[in-house]
Design a protein around this ligand. Structure first.
Ligand code: MF3
Ligand code: CO
Length: 270
């Protein structure tokens, strides 16, 4: 799981480092194709079939811009300075899955970031969504439950501002398959499965500048906000060891952020 997670973490860094105004989302996807080949890893997104007659997913990344929440399909769409881009990527190494996402404000071609009120609001949403991911990660502990994670994500977002929290898509267990039980909602639920040692969980809050209503476009995949508001999405695959938390899809295993948050970093090896 760590090997797959490292491939995902590094490719996400390659993509976030490269993104700038004027690129197409297809060009961003091509960076991930190259990263998979370089790592001798395979894609868990490409050809993914959720069933119900939905078309197989056609790319190795999901690239969702502005009012697109998740599952945007790479295309010839050109990115503009100040766009809010969610980059979601997964990989399989030795039969095991990694899955993670980062959102970024697209910088201009000279690297400067736009400072309009609109991009400032996008930036605040993005930071709040990232913080809610880490709040969820930090709530995972042996003896606790999945609902501890869900509640922590919701509480974090509610404290940060007046954001919509998407309910129609959730985080998930992960391992030999990308999507396994249990579902991990981003809002408070009752009960919830116990968190056991070595469980691997993909936590992935999706938040909007409007409400939580979403729709799926005719391409079968792209999830957009119904009110047209912008959305951010952050995801990491984590596991809980006897020693603490291990963020499998961060290059440092999550060490720096966990220490900053006063949480136990508990890798098995590296
Ligand atoms: N990372 C997204 C998730 O967790 C996944 C992908 S959809 C796919 O659900 F079809 F591209 F795989
Ligand atoms: Co996921």
């Amino acid at each position: 799981m760590r090997r797959a997670g490292l491939v995902v973490a590094r490719a996400l860094r390659d993509m976030t480092d490269a993104v700038q105004a004027g690129m197409t989302t297809h060009e961003v996807d091509a960076i991930a194709v190259e990263a998979l080949a370089h790592a001798h890893a395979t894609s868990n997104f490409l050809g993914y079939e959720p069933g119900f007659g939905i078309a197989p997913y056609p790319a190795v990344t999901c690239l969702s811009v502005n009012n697109e929440v998740v599952h945007g399909i790479p295309s010839q769409r050109v990115l503009h300075q100040g766009d809010l881009l969610s980059i979601d990527f997964g990989a399989i190494v030795e039969g095991l899955n990694g899955d993670a996402a980062r959102s970024v404000i697209v910088p201009g071609q000279t690297g400067q970031s736009a400072s309009t009120p609109e991009t400032a609001a996008r930036g605040r949403l993005n930071q709040a969504t990232e913080a809610s991911l880490w709040a969820g990660i930090g709530a995972a502990r042996l003896g606790g439950t999945i609902s501890d994670i869900s509640s922590a994500v919701q509480r974090s977002l509610n404290r940060a501002g007046s954001y919509g929290i998407v309910r129609d898509f959730t985080g998930h267990g992960i391992g030999h398959h990308m999507h396994q039980d249990p579902d991990i909602p981003n809002y408070r639920t009752r009960g919830g499965a116990p968190i056991r040692q070595g469980m691997c969980l993909a936590i992935e809050p999706m938040a909007t500048l409007g409400d939580d209503n979403v729709a799926i476009l005719d391409d079968d995949w792209t999830v957009v906000t119904v009110d047209g508001s912008d959305a951010a999405h952050w995801e990491n695959t984590i596991t809980v060891t006897s020693r603490g938390l291990w963020v499998l899809t961060e290059e440092d295993g999550g060490q720096a952020m966990l220490e900053r948050l006063g949480l136990p970093f508990g890798p098995l090896a590296d």
